[in-house]
Design a protein around this ligand. Structure first.
Ligand code: PEP
Ligand code: CO
Length: 480
């Protein structure tokens, strides 16, 4: 972490948001260190659990957890505190959060091309958001640990064979045979290792100049040729380039700090033995830290007051997210907020709402009112993906006849637009967005500038769980 660029005395409106963007982690950090009554890293075990695999060899699970507990942490408390500060700023409208990545990372996907592509798209989207929103942007990847999935159905049946559903590479394999689908505790170590490899590569790329914003390929926007908004996109990229050059002129180029940006990690903290094993104390700080990721979140299916997930999360020092949807009642939300953030600390709690474009207008206002009335401090983030999932049948290619999940670009966009509007009407702040996306050229969501149709989904449908925006659709979404 270097010194911030010193240009405050020359800060015209055009450049202030860039200056802030480059002001790397120099703000004072928000610390949260309070004693948590009756909590321990294992106290969740006394509560009812949801979405946990049935481990048939408890001895092997204990051995994996013991191993995890003595291996080095994946992230540090300093980084976690820095993120927490930034989340508090986003809640206050001074910053914007871009959270994104795969629905389910896979062990196979731990390879350089895929990791670099994910980093690149998040970086590009964030620059577009900085330029358009005139606010600093914090990038949080759904990566380096997003290996466990909740499932609506516990079992999957094909013909006469009924097996456990695939629960993500952290738990079992995708192949449809008994061996692969049996939860395997060794996978916890593999997930940790792949997370460490991913994070190591990300840190090296970021330190080594990957995030140098001058790389021309960052601004090679071939797809905009297809868009009716072509002229606007090209103007925007020209302006980003101009802002960068202007900043460099002010600061004296080349400036090392201008070539570095931060990335944080997040994943759904679903498999509690895995999270518990990486939860520890650290020197010079109070409390317990889940060092498997900077920001774990509680999924929609496990966000139930009094259950094991709420119990585990309430005791860790990390900033945490909670998914909120059309089934979340106001009283339930307030109960969870009280359990997870009883002292109302800024930056501690992010509510990630995911209603779907057809339900957001009906559901969100009442939740905003309830939270405002309670005076709870939260950061609101919109996930426009999980309420907009539809099922279609692939009609060509090797997977012809298979039912897959898809999402329409237009539904995703209109949910975000409504979210901004509703928060504005309620004098609330929408402080971020949460996407399932990939830096690769998959065909999983329809629509966008190229007008991808249902018929084209078979061309490159690769997601194991939920459909992701591809590279072009992601960038287009940020621009819109
Ligand atoms: C997810 O984020 O991949 C997910 C399963 O979301 P939700 O818990 O909101 O359904
Ligand atoms: Co998903």
């Amino acid at each position: 972490m270097g010194q911030p660029v010193q240009v405050q005395f020359l800060s015209p409106a055009l450049t202030s948001h860039w200056t802030d963007e480059l002001h790397l982690m120099s703000a004072p950090v928000t610390r949260r260190t309070f004693a948590v009554d009756g909590w321990s890293p294992s106290s969740w075990r006394t509560r009812s659990t949801l979405q946990q695999p049935e481990w048939i060899d408890p001895g092997a699970l204990r051995a994996s957890c013991a191993d995890l507990a003595r291996l080095p942490p994946l992230v540090t408390s300093f980084e976690i505190e820095a993120l927490r500060t930034q989340l508090a700023e986003a809640a206050a409208g001074q910053r914007f959060i871009l959270q994104g990545g795969d629905c389910a990372e896979t062990f196979d996907g731990c390879e350089p091309g895929s990791i670099a592509a994910r980093l690149k798209i998040l970086l590009q989207m964030s620059l577009v958001l900085v330029q358009g929103g005139r606010r600093r942007v914090t990038r949080i990847g759904r990566f380096a640990g997003q290996y466990a999935k909740p499932r609506s159905d516990e079992f999957e049946t094909r013909g006469d064979l009924k097996l456990d559903s695939y629960r993500g590479d952290l738990v079992n394999g995708l192949e449809f045979h008994e061996n692969a689908r049996t939860p395997d505790p060794h996978r916890l170590i593999d997930a940790y290792s792949r997370s460490a490899l991913t994070l190591n590569f990300i840190r090296s790329l970021v330190d080594g100049g990957f995030a140098d914003l001058h790389h021309p390929e960052y601004w090679d926007l071939d797809f905009v040729q297809h868009s009716p908004l072509r002229d606007e996109y090209q103007k925007m990229t020209r302006e980003i380039g101009q802002s960068l050059r202007f900043m460099e002129t002010l600061a004296g180029s080349p400036v090392h700090e201008m070539r570095r940006v931060d990335f944080f990690t997040s994943h759904e903290g679903l498999v509690l033995p895995y999270e518990q094993a990486q939860t520890r104390r650290v020197p010079h700080r109070e409390g317990w830290w889940d060092l498997s990721t900077h920001m774990p979140w509680i999924g929609y299916r496990t966000a139930v007051p009094g259950n094991a997930h709420i119990e585990f999360f309430r005791g860790i020092q990390n900033p945490i997210g909670v998914k909120v949807g059309s089934g979340t009642k106001e009283s339930t939300l307030l109960e969870m907020i009280h359990a997870l953030n009883p002292t109302n600390e800024p930056g501690r709690l992010t509510l990630i709402h995911r209603f779907g474009t057809h339900e957001i207008a009906q559901c969100l206002p009442a939740l905003i009112d309830a939270v405002a009335k309670s005076k709870a401090r939260v950061l609101w983030v919109c996930d426009p993906m999980h309420g907009n999932t539809q099922t279609v049948t692939l009609n060509s290619g090797p997977q012809a006849g298979a039912k897959v999940k898809t999402r329409k670009f237009a539904h995703i966009l209109t949910e975000i637009e409504q979210a901004f509007e509703i928060h504005k009407q309620k004098s609330s702040v929408l402080g971020g967005v949460h996407f399932e996306l990939t830096g690769e050229n998959v065909t999983e969501c329809t629509g966008g500038a190229r007008g991808l149709s249902d018929d084209q989904l078979a061309q490159s449908y690769r997601s194991r769980v939920d459909p992701r925006l591809n590279y072009e659709q992601s960038l287009e979404m940020a621009m819109l």
